[in-house]
Ligand binder design. Structure first.
Ligand code: ATP
Ligand code: MG
Length: 385
């Protein structure tokens, strides 16, 4: 990569910070990634979304050189990683999903050690360690041993360690797993600053509001395939659901509504309308006598969450608090139909399940395998001795 800014401009801003072309990766019989074509521009934050096992960590590990793709090419700032791996990854910082801190060392020593590994020496390494500590709220912890820090504090150290050498491509794999609200807000602000300075950031998370706060573009992986890529407004516009949700006393009564409807497994009826805030009066009027059985009515605005759920075809995003036990199933007057299918006027409501339609994980994965990911296992091990 050229170090002279003039040379970089001459090469053209069109060279992406990261490009994957037809990248596939298998682990034995498991296809972790399949034909991924993806680019991240300089200064872009890309939220990498997908359920557990979708392939996010595998993608980052391939980019960082921890794994080799079975097929396809990866280029970092235009440099193919197979041709010149050291040069390609010189300006790359990875904070993996699995914690990689040195517990017997202090925070300062961890940071300095990483700074030195990245080629910074003496005063520069010292100063840089303190600079990076600040946005992560680590300044007061610099001389504490990492073994004595909480899980969230350790993750802050771990993420800061990836940024010491001011990498121009940063891969953050679930950097906010287990951290508190304030740290999350600080991290988000810092990542935005990095992007404003031209750093490209690949940021995986299960917390969709973070992607909105980052004003990131979005890539959605599903069972190893890239199923959506675009800006937030594009994804929401193209894929998000908007609806009026209705809950009735004693279950959903027989209804004849002129809009597509779906039931979720909690017995909530979703009436799919555009501009739901404007449609509530019409929906209420269409309920007729059944309106008296209504116990709750909720407007569902199009959002990234509903776009994600629709794209991945499943109900609950991973790592949500456990749902309350489902009530008895809603009677199914008609066979299941696609949730977007409009019933003929006067026909009974469709009953395609909107939630829990597909289990997390692919059909070829044994149940329970790697349900929690390495991070959860690490934190659990730390917490329980
Ligand atoms: N070392 C491995 N050996 C065998 N299979 C693996 C290995 N690592 C990952 N896998 C499988 O590859 C697929 C992708 O896993 P990956 O860790 O990339 O998913 P992820 O999107 O990061 O998930 P999570 O949200 O749980 O972190 C999964 O099916 C997983 O079980
Ligand atoms: Mg992962």
């Amino acid at each position: 990569m050229p170090t002279d800014p003039g040379a970089r401009r001459a090469e053209g801003a069109a060279v992406p910070a990261l490009a994957l072309r037809g990248v596939s990766k298998r682990y034995g019989a498991t296809t972790a990634l399949e034909g991924i074509d993806l680019e991240i521009a300089e200064g872009e934050i890309m939220g990498l979304l997908g359920h557990n096992g979708a392939g996010k960590t595998t993608l980052m590990s391939l980019v960082a050189g921890l794994l080799r793709p079975d097929t396809g090419k990866i280029e970092i700032h235009g440099v193919p990683t197979d041709r010149d791996p050291r040069r390609a990854r010189r300006d790359l910082g990875l904070a993996p999903q699995e914690l990689g801190v040195y517990p017997p060392l202090t925070v300062r020593q961890n940071l300095r050690f990483c700074a030195e590994l990245a080629g910074l020496r003496g005063q520069r390494a010292r100063v840089r360690a303190e600079e990076v500590a600040e946005p992560f709220g680590l300044t007061a912890l610099l001389d504490r041993r990492v073994s004595g820090l909480s899980g969230g504090e350790q993750r802050r150290v771990h993420t800061a360690m990836a940024l010491l050498h001011r990498p121009k491509l940063v891969l953050l794999d679930e950097p906010t797993a287990g951290v508190d609200v304030e740290t999350r807000a600080r991290l988000i602000a810092y990542v935005k600053e990095l992007a404003d300075d031209g750093t490209a950031v690949c940021y995986s998370t299960h917390y969709l509001p973070e992607v909105e706060a980052l004003e990131a573009s979005v890539a959605v992986l599903d069972h190893g395939r890239l199923i959506a890529r675009g800006t937030l407004p594009e994804l929401v516009r193209s894929h998000a659901d908007s609806a009026v949700e209705l809950t009735f006393h004693g279950g959903v009564p027989p209804l004849h509504l002129p809009w597509p409807v779906t039931h979720d497994e909690d017995g909530v009826l979703r009436v799919h309308v555009e501009q739901p805030q404007l449609a509530t009066a019409d929906v209420l009027a269409a309920l007729g006598e059944s309106a008296r059985l209504l116990v709750n009515m909720r407007v569902v605005q199009p959002s990234l969450e509903s776009a994600f759920l629709r794209l991945t075809g499943s109900g609950a995003p991973d790592r949500r608090p456990p749902a309350s036990p489902a009530p008895s199933p809603v009677p199914s007057p008609a066979p299941s139909a696609p949730r977007t299918a409009a019933p003929a006027p006067g026909a009974p409501a469709n009953t395609a399940p909107a939630r829990g339609a597909r289990a997390i994980g692919g059909p070829d994965e044994p149940p329970g395998e790697d349900d929690h990911g390495p991070l959860a296992r690490d934190l659990e091990a730390e917490q329980h001795g």
